[in-house]
Structure formats: C-alpha cells, structure tokens
Design a protein around this ligand. Structure first.
Ligand code: DX5
Ligand code: ZN
Length: 211
C-alpha cells in the first residue's frame, strides 16, 4: 500500500497545530516538512523551532526535506528538533557520502533528493546507506506546480537500481490521483502531496483519493 506524506507547505500556517492533528486523523503516514532557505530555492519556509513544535503535535514520522545550500550545517539543527527522516539534495552536498554517514550516526533515517535534471546514477555508490530516495517531479521551491512526466522514467530506473535493497522511493511535486497512479505503477512507495491534500477540508477523502 502506497504511503502518503502530506506536505505542510500547503497547510494553513496560522493553524498549524490543528492542521497537523487533522492530517494524522485523516490517515497520513508521515508529515512532509519542506525546509527552504531562500538561497538554494527561491522560497523561505520552516526553521527547527517549527519542526520542534510539529514534533509536539503528532507521533507521525517527520519527513524533513532540506532544500538548503548548507545541509551539512542544518542537519545539526533539524535532527535534534525531531526529524525522523532527513533528506538532503545530492546537488547541495560537497561530500554526500560523508554527510549521509553523519546523519546516520545521529540515529536519523536518511534520504537523498534528486532534482528533475539530476541523473539517478549519482546515487550508485551510496545506495547501501539510504533509507529513502526522493524524486522531485517539480522544480523545488513552490507547491501547486505541474507534474513533470519525464520523471516517471527516472522512478522506474531507480526501482531497478535499488534491486532488493530496502529503500523507499518517494515522489514529490504535482501529485494528484492521476499522477499518483502513474508514480505507483513506475515503482513509487511514498507520495508527497500538498495542493491535492489541502484542496478541500476533507483531508481523509483527499488522502484516500491518492491511495
Ligand atoms: C516543492 C516541495 C513539494 C511541494 C509539493 O519544492 O518540495 O513538496 O510542497 O506540493 P504540491 O503537492 O502542491 O505540488
Ligand atoms: Zn518536499
């Protein structure tokens, strides 16, 4: 069964506690927290203080997606704040292997995210360290963008690259009931969705529609 990770980028920021609790009640499998620094991507969102707050609102796994220029520094902020899974962009790590080691040594699950133009082969020599691979199906920075269908090929290639390893493929951006089905058919295990989950107040209906 595919897992759904609602992105709180699309939530009502003025009502975050109720939004997070409503997502848990609606059957979300994890909470996707899009951390943006205004440098790596042209948007600025959540710091560790907000993640710490969200940690206190739910027992769901916190799936923290670092879209930041300096993940080697920021991992020291977000792991203590309560991240269960920390995903860094391969494109932002000067020493990806070392960064992944550091996150794992801190007892946190680890993911690597690839932007639409990045080839999956960058992961070839770190696969055995990964818990998750996050395929960006939009260019990172904003919710509400259209799904980049090219990425379905990448999902399928990553599925075969993974082989029998216990690595979850997560897809992020432009996920709706139609693209969700295409992603799962290509090999996705977890779907990140913001706009489609928060499109109406019936979050359970919207999450079930993705499943
Ligand atoms: C984009 C974020 C995505 C985004 C998904 O940079 O990483 O998680 O919030 O939002 P929707 O579902 O609206 O495309
Ligand atoms: Zn994200």
């Amino acid at each position: 069964m595919v897992k759904i990770a609602p992105s709180i980028l699309a939530a009502d920021f003025g009502n975050l506690k109720n939004e997070v609790m409503a997502l848990e009640k609606a059957g979300a499998d994890m909470i996707h927290i899009d951390v943006m620094d205004g440098h790596y991507v042209p948007n600025l969102t959540f710091g560790p203080a907000i993640v710490r707050l969200i940690r206190s609102y739910t027992n769901l796994p916190l799936d923290v997606h670092l879209m930041v220029d300096n993940p080697e520094t920021m991992l020291n902020w977000f792991i203590p704040a309560g991240a269960d899974i920390l995903t860094v962009h391969a494109e932002t790590c000067k020493h990806l292997d070392a960064t992944l080691n550091t996150i794992k040594e801190r007892g946190c699950k680890v993911g690597v995210s690839l932007n639409p133009a990045t080839n999956e082969n960058v992961l070839a020599y770190v696969l055995d360290k990964l818990d998750q691979i996050l395929v960006m199906s939009v260019n990172p920075g904003f919710g509400g963008q259209s799904f980049i269908a090219e990425q379905l090929k990448k999902i399928a290639k990553i599925k075969s690259l993974i082989g029998s390893r216990n690595i979850q493929i997560e897809v992020d951006g432009g996920i709706n009931p139609l693209t969700a089905a295409e992603c799962v058919a290509a090999g996705a295990d977890i779907l990140v969705a913001g706009t489609s989950v928060f499109a109406s107040k019936d979050y359970r209906k919207n999450i079930d529609a993705l499943r």
